[in-house]
Design a protein around this ligand. Structure first.
Ligand code: C2E
Ligand code: MG
Ligand code: MG
Length: 403
């Protein structure tokens, strides 16, 4: 399949010129004149390259980058504008700081002569996955789980793991969620992908329980999945295939789910809780109206976003926010998980503040199922040695079992 490009410009002449030039380089080119058009046709954004005019009607360049960031765009972005080099450099730095792939800046006057250099840059970098490839990967069971341990911060005991999706592509190797979840979200593949993750997670839980390991599993669940047709009956069918106790399943929802979860979705969440599942509010503190979500939806667990946790030992404000969330969770009778613990100091501070559960690279990177078993055996050996300090040994283990 030829690579695709999207030219976003309100100037039809530039659209046509961009289309002609990119077609010559073998691109399949689509065009859009305004952001409204993109919102109406999200499939346009499943593209290998975005050529973006920096001023689009009522929007400023930074608004546009914010919009692409909200959509978790993965494709490289080439800015096209008549603005000064300084303004363009600022926009590129801003885009990069948000994690967007900023390819560079091309003044409109140089569109005819300057495009080739950028195309060469794209051609020499690895191709991002396409919707068709992801759909095939789901069918061919190339989707698998990485398990990141969750431990009690009071005792060091392993309480379970978060299931994190990975795509094991036979040619590209491991593809991480940031490189395909946005694609799945835009192309309607999130629901089949989540069924696949749920099934793998249930199988993992059943395997642990068969070995007498009292562990729980946390699964990331998007809003579309909660609202999908026949979700509850399909969920029951899947549960009936695995001998697992649903009280060991935690479904992690992000804050945006709450905003959308009215009416029917609320009913689904209540039904899932009736079946024993716990609900966690993931990445707490990063979205909007976080506090409203807490009383509108029946959450059992709060996961403090790692952007706070990772600064707890260096930024007084991050520490104040993190510790307040721990207290808030306790007052609401919820379990609290601090995610993204990267140092002994952070872990010690959280333990001192009575944060019940911790997760993060300091404890362990996400592990394959086999690595997880090895890690767990090692933890059990450590636990038997009364003289050992779990923190130090966990840190040594993390070095031995890199992802
Ligand atoms: P999340 O649910 O907040 O998952 C935690 C992410 O933080 C994971 O990244 C994990 O590897 C990373 N992490 C854990 N500890 C540390 C740490 O100490 N430092 C740092 N810097 N990072 C840490 P990952 O696996 O790349 O997943 C990224 C995001 O992709 C997840 O964030 C989640 O939003 C999404 N995701 C992952 N798996 C799934 C899935 O199965 N379904 C859905 N819907 N989303 C998923
Ligand atoms: Mg999560
Ligand atoms: Mg999270």
């Amino acid at each position: 399949m030829p690579p695709s490009a999207l030219v976003i410009d309100d100037d039809v002449d530039i659209q046509l010129l961009g289309k002609m030039l990119l077609s010559r380089h073998g691109f399949d080119v689509a065009t859009a004149g305004c952001l409204g058009e993109l919102a109406r046709k999200p499939a346009l954004l499943n593209t290998n390259l975005i050529v973006l005019d920096f001023g689009l009607g009522d929007f400023t360049g930074l608004d546009i980058l914010d919009y692409l960031y909200d959509l978790k765009m993965n494709a490289p972005i080439l800015l096209l504008s008549s603005c000064s080099d300084e303004t363009a450099a600022h926009a590129i730095a801003e885009g990069k700081s948000k994690g967007l792939k900023m390819l560079g800046f091309l003044p409109k006057a140089k569109l005819m002569t300057g495009l080739s250099a950028f195309i060469e840059q794209i051609e020499s970098s690895p191709k991002p996955p396409s919707v068709g490839e992801l759909a095939q990967a789901i069918k061919q069971q190339h989707i698998c789980l990485a398990l990141q341990p969750k431990v009690s911060l009071a005792t060091g005991a392993v309480v379970g793991a978060e299931a994190l999706v990975r795509w094991e592509d036979p040619t590209r190797g491991t593809i991480y969620p940031d490189n395909f979840i946005p694609l799945a979200e835009r192309s309607g593949l999130m629901v089949p992908l989540t069924w696949c993750i749920l099934e793998l997670s249930f199988a993992q839980l059943a395997a642990w329980h068969a070995r007498g390991l009292p562990l729980s599993i946390a699964i990331n669940v998007p809003a579309e999945f909660i609202k999908a047709e026949k979700m509850l009956s399909m969920f029951d069918t899947l549960c009936s295939q695995y001998p697992i106790d649903m009280t060991n399943v935690t479904l992690e929802l992000t804050e945006s789910v709450g905003v959308e979860c009215l009416g029917y979705a609320r009913h689904v969440l209540d039904e899932l809780r009736k079946r024993g599942c716990k609900l966690a509010l993931d990445d707490f503190g990063t979205g909007y109206s976080s506090l409203t979500q807490l009383y509108r939806l029946p959450f059992d667990e709060l996961k403090i976003d790692r952007s706070f946790v990772s600064l707890i030992d260096s930024e007084p404000s991050a520490q104040a926010i993190t510790l307040s969330i721990v207290e808030l969770g306790a007052r609401l009778g919820m379990s609290v998980v601090a995610e993204g613990i990267e140092s002994a100091e952070q872990q010690a501070l959280l333990a001192k503040a009575h944060c019940p559960i911790g997760q993060g690279y300091f404890i362990s990177r996400p592990l394959s199922s086999v690595q997880f078993d090895g890690w767990l055996d090692h933890q059990m050996t450590i636990a038997k040695r009364a003289y050992s300090t779990p923190t130090i040994l966990l840190a040594k283990y993390f070095q031995r079992y890199p992802e």
